[in-house]
Design a protein around this ligand. Sequence first.
Ligand code: FPP
Length: 250
Amino acid sequence: MTSPAARVPRHIAIIMDGNGRWAQQRHRPRIIGHRAGARAVKSCVEFCLDNGVQALTLFAFSSENWNRPSDEVGGLMKLFLGALEREVDELHRLGARLRFIGERARFAPEILARMQAAESLTAGNARLQLSIAASYGGRQDIAQAARALAEEVAAGRLRADQIDESAISARVALADLPPPDLFIRTGGELRISNFLLWQLAYTELWFTDTLWPDVDAATLRRALDDYAGRERRFGLTSAQVAGHATGGTT
Ligand code: FPP
């Protein structure tokens, strides 16, 4: 029998969609929805800490989001900076290790410096690995891994025939974490939208119509309960998976 603890996803990855619609429903500017979304991030982090989830990766800003109207991009940057100024000490106190994945060079120096400071401050924490995907794209992530491998081959440190799945896995973002067990997308769209493409290969997918700012512990509990009832086969048969679970060989 699999123990209840083994049924808690070690790593959850979330596309936090629906902030704009949440604001529109209230006839408010979109940035109000993003602010409400930031509050939902806090309760999601608390939920993960309370439930023994070891890693949480949040898609805060995609490579494509730079093309949104400039007032929305500017509002989001202000929101990120404010969150970095206000929340990092508390996250540190709670034992969260914070890191950022994506093309960080595109951010303003002020934000960049805060990101680096948050990563250094929290580097030794182990209770929750909290990763924020910012200016992130899954294809870009795979492309930079390919570029790194090509450079190693060109430098004579690696042979082309040594490039296998594990070589790529070691060079994409979050290489030191287990890949996400559970992917959640809120806001009703049924897409992966260029998030963690390599890392999500065997991840269980869970979608909800709930808009991100309305997500609370009850929503996340439903996702975890659904996950706990699923059989993960990783390409094996059910019988093989049952053999693994009881310690048998297949
Ligand atoms: C998608 O909703 C959400 C975003 C592009 C931004 C996510 C940002 C936050 C949740 C706020 C703060 C985050 C951190 C980590 C402090 P959308 O705007 O595409 O919604 P829509 O589909 O309803 O328009």
